[in-house]
Design a protein around this ligand. Sequence first.
Ligand SMILES: Cc1ncc(COP(=O)(O)O)c(C=O)c1O
Length: 400
Amino acid sequence: MSERNLVFDADVNRYGTDSLKFDHATRRGKPEGLLSYWVADMDFKISSYIQDAIRETVDHGIYGYTEPKERYFVAVSDWMKTRHGFEPREESLVVTPGVVFALAHCVRAFTAPGDAVLIQQPVYYPFSEVIRDNDRRLVSSDLVLGDDRRYHIDFDDFERKVVDFNVKLFLLCSPHNPGGRVWTRAELERLGEICLAHDVVVVSDEIHHDIVFSGTHTVFETISPEFASRCATCTSASKTFNIAGLQVANIFVSDSKLRSSLKREVAASGYSQPNAVGLAATRAAYENGEEWQTAMLKYLKGNLDFAVDFVESKIPFATTIRNEGTYLLWINLRESGWSDDELEHIVVDEAKLWLDGGRMFGDAGSGFQRLNFACSRSYLAQGLERLRVAITAASARKTV
Ligand SMILES: Cc1ncc(COP(=O)(O)O)c(C=O)c1O
């Protein structure tokens, strides 16, 4: 048997499926009729292996309580080992209905109300939400955008903030969304050393670990046993294989005390068994999804090159950061001098696009827009052309 579904260039109509990306504009305060490039899922049909596994579950016709067993763990851990040199122990696995769910529960498990939790903005907005919603204090050591168009860590600032605010927990985004960085081993090592020295627990969100275009993803906890003993590693097949709606995430916590606190928090929220269809899909993805994933990544790289070239050569004021990973393009429009509200107006009302405005990712995201390029190249080209036309017109108004 081999993969039957390696078509990424088709425009799949997602309207009418209740898709968050396409069917919820009005509910989310946007006008109808926008082309949509915001939430991070892909417009690609999934691997035929996953589709078959789901079909098998459907054909069986019973969806009772289900828990993963050895075969599930072997599929997940083989992928981690082969792709990322990460060999988790079976008892370290905690399955949750999503990575954000896990982040929130880690915040509750590893800190007390009022404690400081550190993040690196601009960063995926649920990072700040799970801190604030749980009455913890948000501290950001903002990333610094270099002349090389890559984000960098100000390690002195990071350590100062850890000490000054008595930080208890660090939510690491690796690879970084929306910064597009695939952190080097040396960078992660330095962050980890600071956290160890000040007894800061690290929750490493590695959900984008398979979407890497340059550099090599390093699983934070593989760097040293000491790092592993003060860390939770959050993964899921959802980004890699486009199965976010199936709600399964694999969280690895090596340390038994940390793991017990996390499990207690998860149990306290009333969550017990994972989604049976999601488990079947995740297992199939890791057992047989390699061919699809390799082809998908190649297609995404083509989209990335296309988008970067288009933005930089055709859209006034716009530059992109150097995307090492994730399918999210972070477009820098600061040179335009437009406020975030003005930018939002140009993007939504004039270009008729649904992107994510940079301010959602923290003040450090001001002047940026995030565009999801996991779609067909023609759909991507349409969106970029709309952006070009609207920004060109707005910049002409500006100079009149
Ligand atoms: C860094 C990061 N973490 C977590 C998520 C969402 O994870 P989940 O759907 O499993 O909660 C995303 C989705 O965009 C993400 O970019």
